[in-house]
Design a protein around this ligand. Structure first.
Ligand SMILES: Nc1ncnc2c1ncn2[C@@H]1O[C@H](COP(=O)(O)OP(=O)(O)OP(=O)(O)O)[C@@H](O)[C@H]1O
Ligand SMILES: [Mg+2]
Length: 289
């Protein structure tokens, strides 16, 4: 495929049937870990992480949302008060505690959170001196892998060490693409980084897919961007498109995923559709490469 004038070849997530499933049916499966990443800022990474995670939990999958972004938007987005945090993902990365000691429940049943505190900003620098610095999150997550069906990691808007840790810990990468000007800007670099991580640090890493976000069907540009992305990434782009929806932008300030804030909104419907498509794609026996 051709992105920004370059040819990019990446394996897509293998669509093998997972032996895991809605909570209660199978207790022994390993979680599938998905990094939600795009180094471009404000494209809908956190909105997608929080709401896809909440919808997967609502569909009865045990889900862990890991906030690896020092901004902590996923943490506050599910109603966790950062000021009164106990243990956080920072403590787990720095070895002060097990990741399981940092995990807290949320107001959504079956959705747990590994929260980010403000000191996570220091981890980017502190990790530099650590042995196996790219594998710290992977090692921390290994201890909770049997407790969940899905682990979603909300990445910061950079390709720094925290995002690299997420890519090394992940099975697949989900890339939100804002249907705006320069939507594909930087995508080739992200795909190159994924490929680099796949070659050197995590041979199993695959692309989960691309999700079009903040789409406005009345806007020519939105439609053009959608057409362009689908042309380059036909198999990888989700059918479900997340529309621009004011209820989605309001819900974080109430600390609620959209399905709690306004279940009747188009935002809630679209993220539930995305979750169903995600489950279907993961359950499908059709390998798509
Ligand atoms: N579908 C949508 N409709 C309306 N507003 C949205 C939608 N998706 C995201 N937003 C809003 O756009 C802004 C950016 O979204 P979000 O925080 O999810 O992006 P991000 O990629 O995580 O940003 P960052 O790179 O800073 O981490 C937020 O204010 C969010 O509420
Ligand atoms: Mg974010």
């Amino acid at each position: 495929m051709l992105v920004e004038g370059r040819t990019v070849a990446l394996p897509t997530a293998r669509r093998g049937r997972r032996s895991g499933g809605p909570s209660g049916r199978v207790a022994t499966t390993m979680a599938k870990t998905i990094a939600v990443a795009n180094q471009k800022g404000g494209v809908g990474k956190t909105t997608t992480s929080v709401n896809l995670a909440a919808c997967l939990a609502a569909l009865q999958f045990r889900t862990l949302l890991v906030d690896i972004d020092p901004q902590g938007n996923a943490t506050s987005g599910v109603g966790c008060d950062r000021a009164s945090l106990g243990r956080s993902i920072y403590d787990a990365l720095s070895g002060a505690c097990e990741l399981s000691d940092a995990v807290i429940p949320t107001t959504v049943e079956l959705l747990s959170l590994a929260p980010a505190s403000t000191d996570l900003a220091g981890a980017e620098v502190e990790l530099v001196g650590v042995t196996d610095r790219e594998r710290v999150l992977r090692a921390a997550l290994a201890s909770v892998a049997h407790d969940y069906d899905y682990v979603l990691i909300d990445c910061p808007p950079s390709l720094g060490l925290l995002t690299i840790n997420a890519l090394v810990a992940a099975d697949t990468v989900l890339v939100p693409i804002q249907t705006e000007y320069y939507a594909l800007e930087g995508l080739a670099r992200l795909l190159d980084t994924i490929e680099l991580v796949r070659r050197s640090l995590n041979g199993a890493l695959a692309l989960e897919g691309l999700v079009l976000t903040m789409h406005d069907g009345r806007n020519n540009l939105s439609r053009q961007v959608e057409a362009e992305v689908r042309e380059h990434f036909a198999a990888q782009t989700y059918e479900t498109v997340i529309p621009r929806n004011v209820r989605l932008s309001e819900s974080p300030s109430f600390g609620q995923p959209i399905i709690l804030y306004d279940i009747r909104s188009v935002g809630a419907k679209s993220y539930l559709d995305l979750a169903r498509e995600f489950i279907e794609r993961n359950a499908s026996t059709h390998a798509q490469l």
